[in-house]
Design a protein around this ligand. Structure first.
Ligand code: SAM
Length: 499
């Protein structure tokens, strides 16, 4: 490339990056916009980088150094500004929650470790909330029950525990984990029988419908997993469900995938790693050990938990029947649970086609994989369920328009729909709670398309229109934005009170 052409391209790249602002652009996007070869664009970006004019964020997103600090942009409303507004308008000052909050602290805990759910919260956190709001023979509800952290701890502490959850493998985990009566000896026998059945199998059954199954597993692991799957009991007795859970737990560790927290390729195959069968045997043995440990606290258990495989937005529970609700809803555009657990869904036979996968996704609380038709009614920011939202939604919409190419052009509709999705859940929990009952939520904020979204404060505000008062908002920890690693987000405990 001639020197003049390089200067022109350098100017053109800087102009394009000024336009995309804090959203940045990839080499491919710039090349297509400037009608040049990606190799040229990359070379010029490298020069600009050496001159300290541009920087590379995360996985290949380039932006002008001027936009490094979002807070320096005139149109950026930063987290502190929202906090001040919130405190002023609600009269509630943000506090601090100290103590564990993430699932990591559960990974070695009996029962909780049966199905490591990265998206779950801490058992100690739940225990603390239960102790703080203790009610004799009370009832606890978790509308987004996930793997059942709330339900396990509630039952262990003597509460009646109710939950709803959409994701079938999580429902399975919650049901098995709250089935404290499961006999460890029967489980061990059923596990042995299943392994004998699997060993006798000579041919493998059909692959799950996912197109990339062969890429996800080594041929050896795949063959072994198919034999295990086909040897699973077909019934729905507690012991059958437990074996299904143990099998589900083996899938990702036995694959070339990892979940950290999103599903992706990258696990190195280690010839010394345990085989799927060894992993399965270890999982069943661990369940047995934990059930024996649990048995010693039997007199204190609450009644059997109820876990409904249902959309939390349709949740109808008897009025005034619940003393305390604890949950962690999906975060604003935080995670597509269905896609993240598609391997489990497919192998366990809960979903049998891409069509069914799409149907399930449409029922999830909104995230950016939501089918486009589902945002059509949410494209008008003016009708959003909180007065703060129109301005935020317009900012997202304008940022996406300015950038020209973004993952989707209806991002503001997705964020709008997220809060709209939470309204019926709040309403349902409100109706179920007795007077003065608390609803404790762990929720996070987000950065989307270069706009900051105080998801925790917005949720608290939306709740005040559904018959709650805000009792406290406590920041529990900070976490990194997926979109921009240098931007600190937070995780917050919001406590609402039924008015
Ligand atoms: C943050 S996780 C909850 C994790 C849980 N606290 C635990 O410790 O395992 C949020 C959950 O909401 C579920 N979810 C998403 N949309 C839902 C809906 N419409 N109805 C019920 N559950 C839903 C997801 O599948 C996910 O399990």
């Amino acid at each position: 490339m001639a020197a003049g052409a390089r200067v022109d391209l350098s100017d053109a790249i800087r102009a394009a990056l000024t336009e995309t602002g804090a959203l940045g652009a990839t080499v491919r996007q710039l090349a297509s916009q400037l009608d040049d070869r990606p190799g040229h664009v990359e070379a010029v970006l490298a020069e600009l980088h050496d001159q300290g004019r541009v920087l590379r964020m995360g996985r290949g997103l380039w932006m002008l150094r001027d936009y490094e600090r979002l807070a320096e942009r005139p149109d950026f409303v930063d987290p502190e500004e929202f906090v001040e507004r919130f405190e002023h308008e609600s009269g509630v000052r943000l506090g601090r929650y100290t103590g564990p909050i993430t699932f990591r602290s559960n990974e070695r805990l009996p029962v909780h470790r049966w199905w490591p759910y990265v998206q779950g919260f801490s058992a100690d956190f739940v225990r603390g909330i239960l102790d703080t709001h203790a009610v004799d023979q009370g009832t606890v509800l978790d509308p987004f029950a996930g793997s059942g952290t709330t339900l396990v701890e509630a039952r262990r502490a003597g509460w009646r525990a109710w939950g709803t959850e959409l994701l079938a493998p999580a429902v399975l985990a919650a049901r098995v984990k709250t089935d404290f009566e499961l006999d460890p000896a029967s489980l061990a026998r059923a596990g042995d029988r299943m392994l004998r059945r699997a060993a006798r199998r000579t041919s493998s059954g059909a692959l799950p419908f996912l197109r990339e199954t062969r890429r996800q597993f080594s041929p050896r692991a795949l063959a072994e997993l198919l034999c295990l799957r086909d040897a699973l009991p077909v019934g729905d007795r507690p012991v059958d469900r437990a074996l299904r859970l143990a099998f589900g737990r083996v899938l990702i560790p036995a694959s070339r995938l990892h979940r950290s927290p999103c599903l992706g390729y990258g696990r190195r195959t280690d010839s010394a790693a345990p085989s799927p069968t060894e992993r399965f045997r270890a999982a069943v043995a661990e369940m047995g050990d934990d059930l024996r440990t649990l048995g010693s606290s039997r007199p204190g258990w609450g009644p059997r938990a109820r876990v409904a495989a249902r959309d939390a937005r349709d949740g109808r529970w008897p009025a005034d029947s619940v003393d305390l609700a604890i949950t962690s809803p999906p975060y604003v555009n935080g995670m597509d649970y269905v896609m993240n657990y598609k391997v489990d869904l497919a192998w366990l036979g809960y979903v049998r086609s891409y069509r069914e996968l799409a149907q399930l996704r449409a029922a999830e609380v909104a995230c950016d994989n939501l089918p486009r038709a589902e945002t059509a009614r949410y494209l008008d920011p003016a009708i959003a369920p909180d007065p703060w939202l129109p301005e935020i939604l317009e900012r997202i919409r304008d940022n996406v328009r300015r950038k020209g190419t973004y993952r989707r052009d209806d991002m503001h509709g997705i964020v709008h729909r997220y809060f709209a999705d939470l309204v019926p859940v709040l309403r349902g929990v409100r109706a179920a709670l007795g007077p003065g009952g608390r609803f404790v939520l762990v929720v996070g904020d987000s950065l989307i398309a270069g706009a900051y979204i105080p998801g925790d404060l917005l949720l608290a505000r939306v709740a005040t229109r559904q018959g709650f008062s805000i009792e406290s908002v406590e920041v529990a920890r900070s976490r990194r934005s997926g979109q921009r690693r240098s931007f600190a987000l937070r995780e917050t405990v919001v406590t609402l009170r039924r008015t």
